[in-house]
Design a protein around this ligand. Structure first.
Ligand SMILES: Cc1cc2nc3c(=O)[nH]c(=O)nc-3n(C[C@H](O)[C@H](O)[C@H](O)COP(=O)(O)OP(=O)(O)OC[C@H]3O[C@@H](n4cnc5c(N)ncnc54)[C@H](O)[C@@H]3O)c2cc1C
Length: 408
């Protein structure tokens, strides 16, 4: 057996983004290999029925309507099993002032602003489509290096010694992308000196299909509504609580009862007492942006290109926008008889995506800085600004439509 495989396009990373891209490329007729270090069995394992907080996966995404539409085109949406929570309202308020903004699906004449779903359910649906497709999946396989030859041949090496040569390699290997580093793509990174505490909670009152987000100088707290299979089983939310590292460590070390209490107070008991919490996880918060999205034979998508602060839950949506645009550009290349690593094709992808990604990262940075300020004039400004925006329906609706990926 030869220890070198070849293909048109190699996708490294079978997360939310890489799996979707690989499927879309296969639909276009490219010869595709997808490499993922987890096994397909792990990724398609059926989760337990959601009856207690620990039955949910901690990592969830707020999928915009545009992301749902892309997944629908790939045959991976809607999800079977009903464990998806559409949310009709989003309430954002300043915990240390009077500013408050509410977004309502009815104002935008849509049935929901988006859907909260556990990442593993989306990956599982995509992986099942991959297994039913012609694309070659190398699961349980880890990429350990990138190689280039003087004749222009390029590709990757696997931990078992096999090599894969591809005209185009896609780095979809996440925020700490090794492929980006091996291929020498420079990036700008900064550490917020904060951690996001993520877990699932059960609350006394219903979440009312609302995404709740409270800002405080120490960091934002989000309660994102979740759906169990049995609507009578309880009211569940996924929480993302960003705090300075020392405070996050203190909160992580609290006994469950004290943590429930602290959480209920931090969200101002909007959903009544927090009755139960799952195991807590803490992620260091860093933002990272690749200075280039492509170089000869390599292109970056998803978190490998841009990992953003999770405060607005836009990470997966930005990644799915990358997928949509790269699929459009590669379809165009294929129709014109061009190779997938055509320089102009990749340059167009980068040009179309960088602006939106940068704007979102700058907005997250601005939000975080504005809400970290205790100075009175800035607090006045943000509270007045929020109240003004809440009353300015056309602008507010336009912002919400953009966040939903409606391209208004
Ligand atoms: C705390 C937190 C909360 C978040 N909340 C939200 C939210 O509410 N909404 C939202 O839209 N986004 C959210 N995000 C961001 C979102 O999770 C990411 O943007 C998204 O998962 C990125 O997907 P990805 O496929 O690019 O990368 P990843 O999900 O990191 O996937 C990378 C894949 O590559 C594989 N891989 C890595 N290296 C190798 C290798 N060497 N060989 C083979 N395989 C490899 C990994 O196993 C993995 O499967 C959050 C992120 C964090 C940290």
């Amino acid at each position: 057996m030869s220890d070198e495989l070849t293909c048109d396009i190699l996708v490294v990373g079978g997360g939310l983004i890489g799996t979707a891209l690989a499927l879309g490329l296969e639909h276009q007729g490219w010869d595709v290999i997808l490499v993922e270090s987890a096994t397909a069995d792990e990724l398609t394992r059926v989760p337990p029925p959601a009856q207690v907080p620990d039955d949910f996966e901690p990592r969830v995404s707020a999928l915009s309507l545009a992301s749902q539409s892309l997944l629908g085109d790939l045959g991976a949406w809607p999800l079977d099993g009903g464990r998806v929570c559409d949310y009709q309202r989003m309430v954002v308020w300043d915990g240390e002032g009077t500013g408050r903004i509410e977004f309502d699906a009815a104002d935008l004449q849509v049935s929901a602003l988006g859907a909260i779903v556990e990442n593993r359910l989306v990956i599982s649906a995509l992986m099942q489509r991959v297994q039913a497709s012609k694309l070659r999946l190398l699961d349980g396989a880890t990429v350990t290096g990138w190689w280039e030859q003087p004749d222009g041949g390029r590709g990757i090496e696997l931990s078992d010694g096999r090599r894969i040569q591809a005209a185009l390699t896609v780095a979809a290997d996440g925020a700490r992308s090794k492929l980006r580093q091996w291929a020498g793509v420079p990036s700008r990174e900064w550490d917020y000196q904060q951690q996001a505490i993520v877990c699932t909670v059960q609350t006394a009152q219903s979440h009312r299909h609302t995404a709740w987000q409270r800002f405080a100088t120490t960091g934002p707290l989000a309660f994102l509504p979740l759906a169990g299979e049995d609507p009578q089983a309880g009211h569940f939310c996924s929480i993302v609580w960003s705090q300075d590292t020392a405070e996050a460590r203190r909160l992580m070390a609290l006994p469950d009862d004290d943590f429930r209490q602290a959480l209920g107070e931090a969200i101002e008991q909007q959903l009544g007492p927090v009755e139960a919490v799952s195991r807590r996880h803490a992620f260091p918060l860093r933002q990272c942006h690749a200075k280039q999205y492509s170089r000869p034979g390599l292109v970056l998508v998803g978190d490998a290109a841009h990992a953003i602060h999770p405060l607005a839950g836009q990470g997966a949506n930005l990644g799915y926008s990358d997928v949509r645009v790269l699929l459009e550009e590669l379809a165009r290349a294929r129709d014109s008889g061009l190779a997938p690593d055509d320089h102009l094709t990749l340059a167009r992808y980068e040009r179309r995506r960088k602006g939106e990604n940068l704007a979102m990262m700058a907005a997250m940075e601005g939000f975080k800085t504005l809400f970290a300020q205790e100075a009175l004039p800035l607090r006045w400004l943000r509270n007045t600004g929020m109240r003004w925006l809440d009353g300015a329906a056309p602008l507010k609706n336009r912002l919400a439509a953009q966040a939903m990926g409606l391209g208004v």
